[in-house]
Design a protein. Structure first.
Length: 276
């Protein structure tokens, strides 16, 4: 049984998008574990969640390397924890929303965090599909799930940006100071944020309505840039975990683009070549 699972894992790992999904969920788990274990309150449930996140994250991280049978075995063992990871992020988003119902910037949190609780689910289904059917392509309906999750995340962030989210205004100001060595006024930062918010919402709609690979790639690059902006704004010590948690914002669109590019998955059974 184990040898079969290893064969399936090796077959799947030859495809970059599958390994990228492992890396994204691994980074998500390890970044969140850093917050859970360093919260300072020492609550038992928080510490337990952090330990589970660490174990799943490390297992998937080793599983990215397909040349070691024990690494692949660790990856498959971590598969058992993916439902817990998805449930944790869904509960976390819901709890944050219900505990701050009057905060306008928390009203979209279920949208903002969609890739965080959907990504582990899709990865689990993908690994299960490999183990059961030896199919390396992600089933069509689950590609749609990824599309909706990525679109929800971009739309949620876009809505907050259009409302002038103070956290994002601060992020823009810190990034300008640390990268360009100059300050940017509050009003200009808000204007930049409004343009970003409009772009995010438009990209979210296009990803769902059209099968344009350039849209997925644009979202991938922009999502990775905004995730990395936490490093430039807050430094490596504080920013690495913030970046790791948000890698999926751009990583999921990258996986979608990669699936389309390889022609492993054709939505509605249609070829998408030449539609970019």
């Amino acid at each position: 049984m184990i040898s079969n699972s290893e064969d399936f894992a090796s077959k799947g790992d030859s495809f970059g998008e599958f390994r990228v999904m492992k890396l994204l969920v691994s980074a998500l788990c390890l970044g969140e574990a850093n917050h859970a274990l360093s919260g300072g309150k020492g609550e038992m449930m928080q510490s337990l969640a952090g330990c589970v996140l660490v174990m799943v994250g490390i297992g998937l991280l080793f599983g990215v390397y397909r040349g070691c049978r024990w690494c692949r075995l660790l990856s498959w063992m971590s598969w058992l924890g993916l439902p817990l990871v998805a449930g944790y992020f869904l509960w976390s988003a819901f709890e944050s929303w219900t505990s701050n119902p009057e905060n306008p910037f928390k009203q979209c949190i279920l949208l903002n965090h969609a890739v965080r609780y959907v990504g582990p689910v899709v990865l689990g289904v993908w690994m299960w599909s490999l183990g059961r059917n030896m199919e390396v392509s992600l089933p069509d309906k689950w590609v749609w799930v990824l599309r909706f999750a990525a679109a929800a995340t971009f739309a949620g962030h876009g809505f907050n940006a259009l409302r002038g989210s103070p956290a994002h205004v601060e992020l823009i100001q810190f990034t300008y100071i640390n990268l360009l060595g100059r300050e940017i006024s509050l009003e200009l930062a808000k204007q930049v944020l409004a343009y970003i918010g409009t772009m995010d919402v438009v990209l979210a709609l296009l990803l769902v309505l059209r099968r344009w690979r350039w849209v997925a790639m644009w979202m991938a690059v922009w999502g990775l840039v905004t995730a990395g902006s936490r490093l430039s704004a807050y430094g490596i010590g504080e920013g690495w975990s913030l970046t790791a948690i948000r890698l999926g914002n751009g990583g999921i669109p990258l996986v979608i683009w990669w699936l389309w590019q390889r022609k492993l998955v054709f939505p509605d059974g249609e070829t998408i070549a030449g539609k970019d």
